[in-house]
Design a protein around this ligand. Sequence first.
Ligand SMILES: N[C@@H]1[C@@H](O)[C@H](O)[C@@H](COP(=O)(O)O)O[C@@H]1O
Length: 284
Amino acid sequence: MRLIIRDDPASVGTYIGDYIAKRINDFKPTPERPFVLGLPTGSSPIPTYKHLIGLHKAGKISFENVVTFNMDEYVGLPQDHSESYHTFMFREFFSHIDIPPKNVHILNGNAVDLIGECKAYEQAIKDAGGIELFLGGIGEDGHIAFNEPGSSLTSRTRIKTLAYDTIQANARFFGNDISKVPRMALTVGVQTVMDSREVVVVVTGLRKALALSKAIEEGVNHLWTLSALQLHPWALIVADEDATNELHVKTVKYFKSIERVQEEVERNHEEVRRNSEGRQGNTW
Ligand SMILES: N[C@@H]1[C@@H](O)[C@H](O)[C@@H](COP(=O)(O)O)O[C@@H]1O
């Protein structure tokens, strides 16, 4: 797992936005071979969405051949409610880019058969060829998507009852009225996230500091479901300085030093590539 630390949420958004844009552009998606992207809601990914929208408007990235799967959705909240994840995604991201609406997948929390909806979602992910990159956020209790503490680390898309802490945390989006926050949600499972080829998680703010330290400095534990990422072969967490508040100084220094070395290695690779391209261009 890699941890990248940036000064503030805006710089985290810039880093992740650039990272995702590069991954999509390098993939060179086509209608037959689209780039499959998993996406979160919440306030943490907003700077990333803003940056991606900017890159799109500047002509640096197209989402025409990108297929998306969102992580979760509340149960029983009308789709056009201002706080439904459907509304959120179109307001904050989809309506500002060129993604065809048919490429967007969001769980339907109003389906008559909720279990069938979850099964069909897993199938749709499989049919799309699996998720290339899952971008995630976390709750204060370390949950990824709505995989609350105690969730099976092999769980798949299903109905979840929300933890009281999460209901309290999300009340800010419902006029601070706890009674208005839905009690249940549909969510991809921890295993659904783990099955994707790459996972990138945004962690910003002091509120997330304890969860970050539990997830990366302690063992894999179902009480902090983000910690499952320790078992993922290609996981990246991008945090701001505030979110590192509970980490050991040596952990922060370690990951910062890795980033420095990585940059050096990339610069060297770049130079080797340039030199070898130059040689190939010669005729002798
Ligand atoms: N289900 C979502 C999570 O997917 C999200 O990561 C979390 C954090 O939200 P915020 O980024 O606003 O702190 O909120 C909800 O619980």
